[in-house]
Write a protein that binds this ligand. Sequence first.
Ligand code: PA5
Length: 449
Amino acid sequence: MSIKINNKYIKQFVSDEEYNAIVPEVEAALETVKKGTGAGSDFLGWYTRPVDYDKEEYARIKIAAKKIQGMCEAFIVIGIGGSYLGTRAALDFIKSNHYNNLPKDTPDIYFAGYSLSSSHLADILAVCETKDVCINVVSKSGTTTEPAVAFRVIREFLEDKYGKEEAAKRIFVTTDKSRGKLKELSDRNGYETFVIPDNIGGRYSVLTAVGLLPLAVAGVNTDSLLEGAEDAMNEYKAASVKDNPCLQYAAYRNIMYRKGKVTEMLVVYEPFFRMFCEWWKQLFGESEGKDGKGLLPASVIFSTDLHSLGQYIQEGLRNMFETVVDIKESKHTITVPDDPENADSLNYLSGMSFNRINHRAMNATLFAHVDGDVPNIVVEVPNRSEYSFGQLVYFFELSCAVSGYTLGVNPFNQPGVEAYKKNMFALLGKPDPALNELKKSLAERMSQD
Ligand code: PA5
């Protein structure tokens, strides 16, 4: 039941010398993670997170989730970046990308605060108008503009609907344990709070209260999710590349990068994986894209995108490789029915499952893309259970840390994201003396537009 790397479609693009040269580098990078001796080592909390967490808080998460399930039909999760992507990825992967529309006895889950679109927010409020609502605001810093302003609007909506006192019982906050405006506001108004640990960055936080609370509300078995992550953690302690798929993945993608394949396309044949791709892009994009370096993480859902980007991948600029996530087992079996008239000439597929056809599409594409000079790494995942999700998250988190160190960057900071946030505060006129100089220079640039 483990994740495996199938190197059949990449090995012809990698010489023995290239592979043997990188092996000691990725093995050393893993040691750096384990010993906490690399850049950004203050943010290694995710490494032991599957076992090293506040058990009391976890029990409180489960109690809160039950309470929320009993109190509301709609649960709005407000957050951006690492404060919402992992949760969405898990919900789609484990439940369904049509979770809200399928029959269930758990609340609908809506996501807000990940854009500044008034239309998006207005639609969520309209959908929730006639429903009982609870919310979860998630922000590590407690100051990010998108979730902060969405929270203000949704808080007002709740207070109008229920009154201040009742609204407070419906607001759950996940933030820093002691710092930030959100924590202050929560303490002042008596909102129940959960903690994003200091040593876990946003994009590595899905296995904390960030993901666990909303996922428990949606009826996800969070114990099994953590168990998958724990087993992955133990498996990926293996120091040698030959026993460790995380190291194999990190090795291949760094070899590709050094050979000028600067775009990594994550490929999946399942629409329920779309949000996982978004989580993965944030993880690798923010972790590696710095100091003028890094693979560009992109993604496609096949076979859908074979009818759009497929052409480019087959014949465009030869600067990319693909990482195919092959989910072995499907939750559903639909077969092509037989039609005695065979008017559509499809009877050669009669009785064949969609899963088999999908896998044939995958094989066909792998052959075509390899023939078109696009190397392919295949990551094999057993199924779409909670357990597999936990494994997969941990697999990519650790591969990302190892890859980042192999690339020579700090995989745990995100100065680029901070730069945009500062500019935005300055342009919106946030009263903060530290922004005065920036405000002046940006005002000048705006006037030149
Ligand atoms: O990975 C990160 O640290 C960032 O992408 C954050 O998750 C994102 O900027 C949201 O920040 P916050 O949770 O502080 O609102």
